[in-house]
Design a protein around this ligand. Structure first.
Ligand SMILES: *Cc1c(COP(=O)(O)O)cnc(C)c1O
Length: 385
């Protein structure tokens, strides 16, 4: 096999049909969406259509969608923008210890500005307990941010329940849905959320464009100041081509989700079952409340990084966890929060399937992986079996 790409949680290729929809806005349709002449009005029309599509799919209103430059920016705008704007209401924010770095580092930044942040623990399956959220609520809690699906272990959090409690307490609820949008049904009303982040490159759209849903009535301080674009919430000439690409990719993902998920899930389960026959391996995360494309395991007596390099030599693209922790020597903060020891967490491997993953590719991985694991273990001083 030439190249087996099993890192769809890191990014996905742009679908050719999405690319085709974008190209006209790089070429003849290059107008500025704020200009009054025809070229500008046409760009505005395409942008409006993209916003309408995203709003309809999420169960939101047209004016509740802000286009941003990435999922990271959406997270930053939701968290920092809300906290700074609503500081007079309170000083306390709640999040979880397994969030994406874009959320965790936004929280760290707010702590430096004098906010108090509670990081909820997770159980050994990587799930936030609703009771823990409930008991963390204080008089001055203004915001809670809990991710919908985790990017490393794929666990799906009880967002609707947490959102309901947040609402009863007058606390704004944000969710990072970057991993779930396109893969799971995501409706902002069913999830009881006030803000929701998504990113196009995680569902076969282009990189460099995301969106933030902001429930009407929720006020944010903008992070980027300048023109009045995005209703004064995100300055900068709109990137019409990328917004069109995001909306098209979301539309295709929604239309195909019910056909694709059962197939991916079946291949994913085959992959898990095959990997679990290797000795000294554990599955990380929750078997049921899990994204259909996610596999995350730890091999004892192995360094995740050397495993990745050996897989790469066989043409298999995988990850040890999040793209952000790869390359650093620290094991995944998600696995540590789930109670794994440093030693075990170091041997993590994440394989994330995509809509075009084939059974032949899964068979190939199941053929290549066990001997690599065996060889690396034989080199380890800790291994004697
Ligand atoms: C990828 C990812 C992000 C960041 O999105 P970018 O568009 O790459 O900035 C944020 N949160 C989660 C859960 C992700 O998987």
């Amino acid at each position: 096999m030439e190249q087996v790409y099993l890192d769809h949680a890191a990014t996905t290729p742009v679908r050719p049909d999405v690319l085709n929809c974008m190209i006209p806005y790089f070429t003849n349709g290059f107008g500025n969406a704020s200009s009054v002449y025809r070229l500008g009005r046409e760009a505005r029309k395409a942008l409006d259509q993209a916003r309408t599509t995203v709003a309809e799919i999420l169960g939101a209103e047209f004016n509740e969608i802000i286009f941003t430059g990435s999922g990271s920016e959406s997270d930053n705008l939701a968290i920092k923008g809300y906290a700074l704007k609503n500081r007079a209401k309170g000083n306390h924010i709640i999040t979880s210890s397994i969030e994406h770095q874009a959320v965790l580092d936004s929280m760290k930044w707010l702590e430096k500005q004098g906010f108090e942040v509670t990081y909820l623990p997770v159980n050994e399956l990587g799930l936030v307990r609703v009771e823990d959220f409930q008991s963390a609520i204080k008089e001055d809690t203004i915001l809670v941010s809990i991710m919908h699906a985790n990017n490393e272990v794929g666990t799906i959090q009880p967002i609707a329940e947490i959102g309901k409690i947040a609402r009863e307490h007058g606390i704004a609820m944000h969710t990072d849905a970057v991993q779930s949008v396109g893969s799971l049904p995501v409706n902002v009303n069913e999830l009881n959320v006030d803000m929701l982040s998504l990113s196009a490159h995680k569902f076969y759209g282009p990189k460099g464009v995301g969106a933030l849903y902001v429930r009407s009535g929720i006020r944010l301080d903008p992070l980027i100041h300048g023109g009045g674009q995005e209703r004064n919430r995100r300055a900068g000439t709109e990137n019409v081509a990328l917004c069109v690409g995001l909306a098209k990719a979301l539309e295709f993902a929604e239309a195909e989700r019910e056909q694709i998920n059962p197939r991916i899930e079946k291949l994913r389960n085959k992959l898990i079952d095959g990997i679990m026959t290797i000795p000294h391996v554990r599955l990380n995360g929750c078997r049921e409340k899990r994204l259909p494309n996610n596999v995350n395991v730890c091999f004892e007596f192995i360094e995740g990084e050397s495993l990745l390099l050996n897989l790469d030599m066989k043409g298999i693209a995988a990850s040890s966890g999040s793209a952000c922790t790869s390359g650093s020597l620290e094991p995944s903060h998600v696995l540590l929060a789930m109670g794994l020891s440093h030693e075990i967490a170091h041997g993590s491997l994440r394989l994330t399937l995509g809509k075009d993953t084939t059974e032949a590719e899964i068979d190939y991985v199941l053929e290549q992986l066990p001997p690599i694991v065996q060889r690396l273990r034989e080199m380890s001083p800790l291994y004697n079996g």
